[in-house]
Every structure is written in structure tokens, then in C-alpha cells.
Design a protein around this ligand. Structure first.
Ligand code: FE2
Length: 222
């Protein structure tokens, strides 16, 4: 997705980010409405303003991303106090760096929504709808194969683009993430179910993809 030409105040932005997550948790909106809301929010924020509001340069100087080289884990993003970030936000805001050529390995989520904003560099993004799953097998259909440059984003829910795989194309590939787990607190949730995309080709572009463990996913796609 691409941003709009407008930009809103960072205080208003962080409050809307929280309100949108709360609306989803309280069942006032659907997951699809959350995705659309994130399109609006990511599209309305000036990237430089966002980078300043999380002191992105300082995060890099403080080696906040160094440990990610092996594990590609996300680190918590704290907005600067003057941005008026709401206390106890229901959504998690995180960021990561992915080394050039490495990937956020293909994975699915259950009972979760997330939206990735490219902060710098470029990612090759591949997304798939999860049409069906049991414990060890997913039926998926590819929905996108595109490059995401700084300021562009992609988002995921149970019903849309659930399986995703991002490969860093440049040395400065950083992602910002907004995530909400346990959208339905009464249902089972899972944040990282690794998927082998090279499965049996069923009809109409549907792939029968096996669930695999992290080590195998890293071997195939790391
Ligand atoms: Fe994910």
C-alpha cells in the first residue's frame, strides 16, 4: 500500500492506533475494518515524523537492533514522551532490522492481526490467504508478490494475507510493526507457525503447505 499526501499529528496518531486496537478487541469492528483502519493510519503519517517520534536514529546508535542479526526478533518501540503515547496501549509496537538477503520466514498467525511498515530499505513481500488449516497442513493461495519500499506497508489477519514472507533486499531494511494478539481472548492464538510454501499444487492456485519447525524454515528460507 502507498501513503496519502496528508500527515497527522503524532499524538493523534498514537491515540488512534490504540483506539483502533481497542475497537477490535471490544468487537466494535471486524478484523477487515482494522486492516482498513491501519491503511488509513499508516497512509496518513509522514515517515520522517514517525522516525523522529521513535528516535529511530538513536535506536540504531544504541545498537537496539544488533541482536537481531541471528534471530530476527523484533524489539519494542517506545514513542518519545512528548508524543503523548497513550499508557497501556493494547497494540504492540515493535521494529526489526533484517540483514540483506535474509527473511522474516514464511509463517502464519492464528487469532492475530499485524501490519508491517517499511521504515527504510526495501523488502520483497509475498503474502497468501490461509483458506483452511489443521494442526500440520495449511491450504493457502498467494495474494501478492511485490516490493515494499520505505513508507509502504502490508497487513495480515486470519482472513486476509495470513501467511507472509518478507526478504530484505538492501542493507538498511527496517520494519515497524503494529500487532494485536488474541483478538478473541476466548480463542486459541498463535503468533508464528512456520510454513513450507513448496507444497502440493491443488486446484485454482491453492497450495497444500506443510507446517514445519523453525529450524527447517530457517534452512529453507533463512
Ligand atoms: Fe507475522
Amino acid at each position: 500500500m502507498n501513503r496519502l499526501a496528508t500527515s497527522i499529528d503524532i499524538r493523534e496518531w498514537t491515540h488512534r492506533l490504540d483506539s483502533l486496537g481497542r475497537a477490535l478487541l471490544n468487537k466494535q469492528i471486524t478484523a477487515l475494518a482494522w486492516l482498513n483502519g491501519m491503511d488509513e493510519l499508516y497512509g496518513s503519517m509522514d515517515l520522517d515524523r514517525l522516525l523522529k517520534s521513535i528516535d529511530f536514529g538513536q535506536m540504531i546508535n544504541n545498537s537496539a537492533f544488533d541482536y537481531i542479526e541471528q534471530g530476527r526478533k523484533f524489539t519494542h518501540v517506545q514513542f518519545l514522551p512528548e508524543t503523548g503515547e497513550p499508557a497501556n496501549m493494547v497494540v504492540e509496537t515493535k521494529a526489526t532490522k533484517v540483514p540483506k538477503g535474509a527473511s522474516i520466514l514464511p509463517h502464519a498467525h492464528l487469532n492475530m492481526v499485524s501490519a508491517f511498515l517499511t521504515l527504510s530499505g526495501e523488502f520483497h513481500v509475498r503474502q497468501f490467504d490461509r483458506l483452511h488449516h489443521d494442526e500440520n497442513v495449511f491450504h493457502i493461495r498467494q495474494t501478492s508478490d511485490h516490493l515494499s519500499k520505505a513508507g509502504q506497508w502490508n497487513s495480515h489477519s486470519d482472513d486476509k494475507n495470513n501467511v507472509h514472507w518478507l526478504t530484505a533486499m538492501t542493507d538498511d531494511s527496517y520494519l515497524f510493526s503494529t500487532k494485536l494478539e488474541k483478538v478473541d481472548p476466548n480463542q486459541y492464538g498463535a503468533s508464528n507457525l512456520w510454513v513450507n510454501l513448496n507444497g502440493k499444487d491443488l486446484s485454482n492456485g491453492v497450495i497444500q503447505a506443510e507446517r514445519i519447525n523453525y529450524d527447517r524454515a530457517y534452512e529453507l528460507y533463512g
